[in-house]
Ligand binder design. Sequence first.
Ligand SMILES: [Zn+2]
Length: 382
Amino acid sequence: MKILLTFLLALAAPAFAAEPSPLTATVKLTHIAKDNWRADFEFSEPVEKLELSYTGTSYRQQAWHIRTPGVALQRHGDDELLVASEPVRRLSVDVDLFLPYGEKSYTPMDRYSDGGTDVYLGFFDGRAIVGGKPRPLLIRFALQPLPGEHAVAPPDNPQLPDMYAYFGPRQPIEGAASKLIVDPATPAWAQEVLRTTTDRVSAFYTQSLGRPLVFSPLVMVAMGDLTRPGYSVKGGAIGYQVVYRMEGAQITADTPDGRARLAHVVAHELAHIWQSSVKQGGIGEGPAWVHEGGAEALATAALRDSGIVSAEQSSAMVRKLVEECIALKESTDGYRGTYSCGFKRHVDSGIAPVVLWTRMMNLSEQSGRSYSPTMFEQAARQ
Ligand SMILES: [Zn+2]
């Protein structure tokens, strides 16, 4: 009886529990000196605490300095909070430049060789505690660049995920399929690969997935340290943006392998832009192998079919991923397994990646559910 009662209550609960109304806030983010920003929060009601999003990194502990008396940054396990001794309407934080990679979360900032900076706005987001109760926060950002500088804000739309803001000397340049902010230190070969791959792969996904984007992605390319040994290209797709950081001395050399690796990252990140281009559903909490393996499968198809890599380079990419997965004993559990074994599951399905993902996107959009292994199997059987 107790079980039945609990079940009935659970069923009835949503009808009574009204969603708490969001609290509105403005955050004015001012670039105050070359390596310093000031974030001034103004809440529509006094706030006791702010439970911050994107925790688990040392960024805030290292780079944030709270200016408002009585407010402290606290860490409890994986949670990070701004706690006020008395409720506050205003809150001010100084933020230092912080360039380590985000390991468990988004990379907080990227720096361009000309002093330009990408700043991830999600770190200012969170949930407000008002009168002891949690309320979602609806933030409007206002960006104030240094004199003579430009600031580029993401679209002001609360439905979209948190994105990066840009502060610096550049303004976005219109490309065929995107807008670009490119570090002037980017080697010429890399600029060419970034532009042509973005254009051709976007055209390929638009046509083969049957979905033109309703926006032009903003591509942001920052060069890191080009003196240390190695070759590193990190990319991230979020909302309407694709953000890259390239590092290592080998980036300066124009080689077929370097070109193929950069093109692969571009095609992979653009695949995420399309996977997210659904009215509801999309990439959610489900296991990462579905969308990461899917991005690898779409990327290899895009690069091969649009002639960006040779048939030999394409086969080598496929072979490398499959062999990596076999070495991982076909497990999608680890970080690299989500990519290589997620990819191998797409290969093993026997369905062309663009056909499979056209079905996945339709299934997700129709049901409102995010991509999952169940949806993958359903799409493979259709
Ligand atoms: Zn990815």
